[in-house]
Design a protein around this ligand. Structure first.
Ligand code: ZN
Length: 472
């Protein structure tokens, strides 16, 4: 049974979809004006863990994400480059998709661009006006927060705190906390015709209209980073519930914790932004995924290179044990010791799963994985051959871990096996050279391999090679 923390009720609740086995999940996507950074990566990787876990539980998950391609920052950046705003947005959307692919995030079923849902956005605004939840001024259309009683409930803000976060100091608004649904703009800017004049939608209404279009008035999980809870998610919820009269709009609101660099939130003005691309030049996607799994998704995380290095080494330790298992000869007979080991592995595997079911507690799940690899590593040290039952159990554990966390490098199939064969052959040649005391040539093979990221270790059972987990 899966349990998740719900920001709306402020407690961990049992998760069940509202209808049979189908789960509707939405996560706030990027505003495509620049490269995505490691803070975004944390959010998207966390929901990828959750999506994989939901599917592993047999749920039929539909995972929807929006792309904000209509936004002031996009318009400004495009103008600096002398480009059409939508063209600029498409370019950075492409980079975003590349980043997701690199990070092994393949769990999203549909991406919906704001610019392609303008008709739906206008229809929602019309209905909000008709129902008395919005008003028109000379600058556009605003949501009337006073007309929606529970405004502030999701983020837990008191009425007097709501006005502090004034985004658009527009004197035509009734209250500072009222937010824009439609902004009138000059015709030479990016925009669309509407019943309230030429212009473009506000940010919050994009998400609401997209969710209503694909999911109707209610979804099971709405996700995003914690800093979006106010005003963005508060506004989304108000718009949707005012529009449909259905409450709750999202049965679960799930938020990922803040990511800091040098104790601060990443920002352009502080110059501490680290892009996903920058990290992937030095570390693998698996390293980064493992790094994020080391913290609970709701805890704040401090990003630093040394801690990423620690994560990379911890993961390398795990990978080496599982790789070594695959290289050993296999015996069909089981000893008492083998049977005990299988029992231990099963119990680690059970705790791995129950930790994940407990509000996606990945650090606790990793502790079970480490307990299992320590057990396996002791087992490997004590023998040459391994039991088939142990191998099967360990492989099952490995595919479960990889299924949720995606931390094992991809099996490259035939080409990888060919490469392994060539490496084994090279080590054989090196051994012969050493026996013939041709040390210079033997060392040349070793250092050549090291430059390719393959380290050679001379063990009591002969030389072994392994791939270094991190790049560079
Ligand atoms: Zn959003």
């Amino acid at each position: 049974m899966l349990r998740l923390y719900n920001s709306l009720t402020r407690r961990v609740e049992e998760f069940r979809p509202s209808r049979s086995n189908r789960v509707k999940m939405y996560v706030c996507g990027p505003t495509v004006y620049d490269y995505s950074h490691v803070g975004h990566a944390r959010t998207y990787i966390s929901y990828d863990f959750l999506a994989r876990l939901l599917r592993l539980h047999g749920y039929s998950l539909f995972y929807l994400m929006n792309i904000t391609d209509v936004d002031d920052k996009i318009i400004q950046r495009a103008a600096e480059r002398g480009m059409d705003p939508l063209e600029h947005a498409r370019e950075f959307e492409r980079y975003f998709m590349e980043d997701l692919r690199e990070l092994k995030i393949g769990s999203i079923n549909l991406f919906a661009r704001a610019s392609e849902h303008i008709d739906e956005i206008i229809a929602v605004i019309e209905e909000l006006l008709r129902k008395g939840f919005a008003y028109v001024t000379e600058t556009g259309v605003y949501f009337d927060t006073a007309a929606f009683g529970p405004y502030g409930e999701l983020s837990g803000r008191e009425p007097e705190e709501l006005s502090v976060h004034r985004i658009e100091p527009d004197p035509t608004k009734k209250r500072p906390q009222d937010f824009a649904l439609w902004k009138r703009r000059p015709v030479d800017e990016l925009g669309w015709d509407s019943p309230w004049g030429y212009g473009r939608p506000g940010w919050h209404i994009e998400d609401t209209a997209i969710i209503l279009t694909y999911f109707g008035p209610q979804l099971d999980i709405h996700g995003g980073a914690i800093e979006l809870i106010f005003p963005h998610h508060e506004a989304e919820r108000a718009q949707a519930e005012a529009y449909s009269g259905v409450s709750p709009f999202s049965r679960f609101w799930v938020h990922t914790g803040l990511l800091t660099v040098g104790g601060e939130k990443m920002s352009k003005s502080l110059g501490n932004i680290i892009t996903i691309r920058e990290v992937l030049r030095r570390f693998s996607a698996e390293d980064l995924r493992y790094f994020y799994a080391m913290s609970h998704y709701r805890s704040p995380v401090e990003f630093d290179w040394e801690r990423l290095e620690v994560a990379s080494r911890a993961l390398e330790g795990v990978l080496n044990v599982f790789e070594e298992l695959r290289r050993r000869d296999v015996a069909d007979e089981d000893s008492e010791e083998d049977r005990t080991l299988v029992e231990q592995l099963r119990s680690h595997r059970d705790s791995f799963v129950s930790s994940l079911q407990d509000d996606l507690n990945t650090p606790e799940a990793l502790a079970s994985l480490h307990a299992a690899t320590r057990t396996l590593s002791r087992y490997l040290e004590s023998r040459d051959e391994i039991s088939r039952t142990v191998l099967v159990e360990a492989e099952g554990f490995r595919s479960l871990v990889d299924g949720v966390l995606g931390v094992f490098p991809e099996d490259l199939g035939h080409r990888a096996r060919l490469l392994e064969g060539v490496l084994d052959l090279l080590l054989d040649v090196r051994e012969r050279l050493r026996r013939e005391k041709k040390y210079e040539m033997a060392d040349a093979i070793r250092s050549g391999l090291a430059m390719l990221g393959v380290s050679v270790e001379d063990t009591s059972r002969g030389p072994r090679w392994r791939l270094r987990a991190s790049r560079g």
